[in-house]
Design a binder for this molecule. Structure first.
Ligand SMILES: CC(=O)N[C@H]1[C@@H](OP(=O)(O)OP(=O)(O)OC[C@H]2O[C@@H](n3ccc(=O)[nH]c3=O)[C@H](O)[C@@H]2O)O[C@H](CO)[C@@H](O)[C@@H]1O[C@H](C)C(=O)N[C@@H](C)C(=O)N[C@H](CCC(=O)O)C(=O)O
Ligand SMILES: Nc1ncnc2c1ncn2[C@@H]1O[C@H](COP(=O)(O)OP(=O)(O)OP(=O)(O)O)[C@@H](O)[C@H]1O
Length: 557
């Protein structure tokens, strides 16, 4: 997949060929909005038709409706003139936007209280993205703090092995069969999501898997989308800058597991203490009916509704006979009723066992026969697919891995996954924290680094608008505090910037039996510092440093 052709266009510019153009009068009824004709005559305005929709004036195609949304920095209404020049037929906006546009607006305006919430229904109707006649794509959605990208790649890989032609929408890229479309967000805006689903269907795709971020649910990016199967990976600390509390973060994710959004669900529960996993399992069973939910417990399997009631039952699937297979694992999934599946994944870390189990059970939940699924798992090994920048093995002596862990839980698990067996080597970590994002996780990540690694090298992630040295200091404070408490594994904490130098230093420090892990940036190829993108690919830097070491350009320890 790495070498597939890339469609250079932005996903927001894609439009399906077959659209159901809608008259503004119909749109006003669909959205419950008020149609203001602006400079257009009243009668004429209601008859005008739109054949597309965009929330970005820079992505308008002739015939589009421009949804002018309030943003953190601007109001989209400020860009209505640009949208008109690009060919927009009308504007959908809120009362503030209508005030900005004024009574003499050059384009007709439909005013609704919350245009973002209407966007999904409008795009779904115009693009016919999910027709009711059974010709739509089989659609899989994955949410959770960590593991969304990996799980969607796994689902995609199993579906392909089953002979489906697939699409994928996520953080790394959007894939339409073998074609790549650059991805800016984990989950694109609703107008783009619906256009993509329609384009994929027109291009002959039969199934698609997509990541559903909490931002996407909060900002209605998946409004109007209904999944066949939705999957939940886990919930741990992240994005508290947006959600405020873990409960609020949970509540947003839980909105995916309702009849409006999905037909079936698969929920991972780590163990009997996994408060959020258990809560999601109970929520999904209550919302969708227990028979439409598969709860998979990695360990334990209680999960029963502690207050009793109709949803009272344990985990549906549990994990058995897990063994190491290369750097990955082989294991068995066993259902309460005795059915079982043998699964293996080549990706390291027990968390990838959870991701692989989730993907397998999501495909099973979509209606694939168990025997067929087992045959495909045995013959094609689909869960050994590469996932760019996710536990990606770059070298073996020392073990050298690039990973995307950028929150406390992921970092702890990634470090455990690269710990050399039987204490025969050290773990050397390079990482940093992102600027302008959840600051509370910085000292926590420093603490985890000092607890789980032998050598901690704190460097820079994307500082965005913040002072990189100040971010490093906040991370380092967590590491030093743990060392002072006497509970740390790390003996050394270094602050090294720029990141490429930090990576070289890590390789220079490593012996053959050690593990070097560069965490936090995964597949990313640019580092944003004060608004300027600088080329930086952890995988290329790590590979180059290892080559220099192997070719004897450095003295190896
Ligand atoms: C915090 C957040 O989600 N911000 C999103 C928000 O930006 P904003 O409120 O700042 O928008 P704005 O710049 O004020 O502009 C207002 C409106 O004017 C429009 N505009 C603006 C300029 C212009 O020339 N023409 C134009 O039409 C914009 O499209 C927008 O609709 O609306 C924009 C347009 O939809 C999004 O691109 C932007 O996502 C930014 C890029 C972002 O970084 N989002 C991240 C936090 C995000 O959503 N991440 C999650 C994944 C998280 C994870 O799991 O790790 C994701 O799903 O990707
Ligand atoms: N099930 C999991 N539990 C905990 N950590 C995980 C899990 N799966 C992956 N990780 C860790 O989280 C990192 C990100 O994984 P992945 O990209 O699959 O998740 P994501 O949910 O898509 O993340 P993001 O939304 O930030 O892109 C991985 O590089 C790995 O360190």
């Amino acid at each position: 997949m790495e070498n597939s052709p890339e469609i250079t266009t932005d996903a927001a510019l894609l439009r399906p060929e077959g659209v159901s153009s809608l008259a503004l009068g119909q749109l006003a009824s669909l959205t419950g909005g008020q149609l203001l004709p602006g400079l257009q005559g009243t009668g004429d305005a209601a008859e005008l038709r739109v054949s597309g929709v965009s929330i970005d004036s820079r992505a308008i195609r002739p015939g589009d409706l421009y949804a002018a949304l309030p943003g953190a920095r601007f109001h989209g209404a400020d860009f209505a003139d640009g949208a008109r020049k690009a060919g927009a037929v009308a504007v959908l906006t809120d009362p503030d936007g209508a005030r900005i546009l004024g009574e003499q607006a050059a384009l007709p305006v439909i005013v609704v209280e919350d245009p973002r919430a209407q966007l999904g229904a409008v795009a779904r109707t115009v693009y016919g993205s999910q027709p009711q006649d059974g010709t739509g794509l089989g659609l899989f959605g994955v949410t959770g703090t960590n593991g969304k990208t990996t799980t969607t790649y796994f689902v995609n890989s199993i579906l392909r092995a089953l002979g489906e032609t697939t699409g994928l929408i996520g953080t790394i890229e959007i894939l339409a069969d073998d074609q790549k479309i650059p991805s800016k967000l984990t989950t694109p805006e609703a107008s783009t999501v619906h256009a993509l689903l329609a384009v994929m269907r027109e291009s002959g795709m039969t199934a698609a898997s997509m990541e559903v971020s909490s931002h996407a649910i909060e900002f209605d990016r998946v409004a109007g989308v209904r999944y066949d199967v939705a999957g939940f990976t886990n919930l741990t600390q992240d994005h508290l800058d947006l959600h405020g509390t873990m409960q609020a973060y949970f509540d947003v994710k839980a909105r995916l597991f309702t009849p409006e959004r999905t037909g079936r669900a698969v929920v991972v529960v780590a163990d009997d203490d996994d408060e959020w996993g258990i809560a999601m399992a109970r929520h999904a069973r209550a919302q969708l009916g227990a028979d439409n939910v598969d709860v998979f417990a990695m360990r334990g399997g209680v999960v029963a509704d502690r207050e009793g009631g109709p949803q009272r039952r344990g985990a549906d699937w549990t994990l058995h006979s897990m063994t190491r297979r290369g750097i990955g694992h082989a294991f068995e999934l066993v259902h309460r009723d005795g059915r079982s599946l043998r699964v293996s994944t080549g990706l390291p870390g027990e968390f990838n066992v959870a991701n692989a189990a989730l993907a397998t059970l999501m495909v099973l939940a979509s209606g694939v026969e168990l025997d067929l699924l087992q045959r495909v798992l045995d013959e094609h090994d689909p869960l050994t697919t590469d996932v760019p920048g996710r536990m990606q093995l770059i070298g073996t002596e020392p073990t050298a891995v690039v990973d995307f862990a950028h929150n406390p839980d992921a970092l702890a698990r990634a470090l455990a996954a690269v710990d050399p067996p039987e204490g025969n080597g050290r773990v050397i970590l390079v990482f940093g924290a992102t600027g302008d994002r959840d600051k509370t996780k910085r000292p926590l990540m420093g603490e985890i680094a000092a607890r789980e690694a032998d050598v901690v090298i704190i460097s820079d992630d994307d500082p965005h608008g913040e002072d990189p040295a100040a971010i490093r200091a906040e991370v380092a404070a967590g590491a030093h505090a743990l060392i002072e408490s006497g509970r740390a594994r790390a003996a050394e904490v270094h602050e090294i910037s720029p990141r490429a130098v930090a990576i070289r230093s890590a390789v220079r420090m490593a012996g053959r039996g050690d593990s070097v892990i560069v965490a936090g940036r995964g597949h990313e190829t640019v580092q944003e510092i004060a608004g300027v993108d600088h080329p930086l690919d952890d995988r290329a830097e790590l590979r180059a440093a290892l080559e220099d070491m192997q070719e004897g350009r450095w003295e190896h320890q």
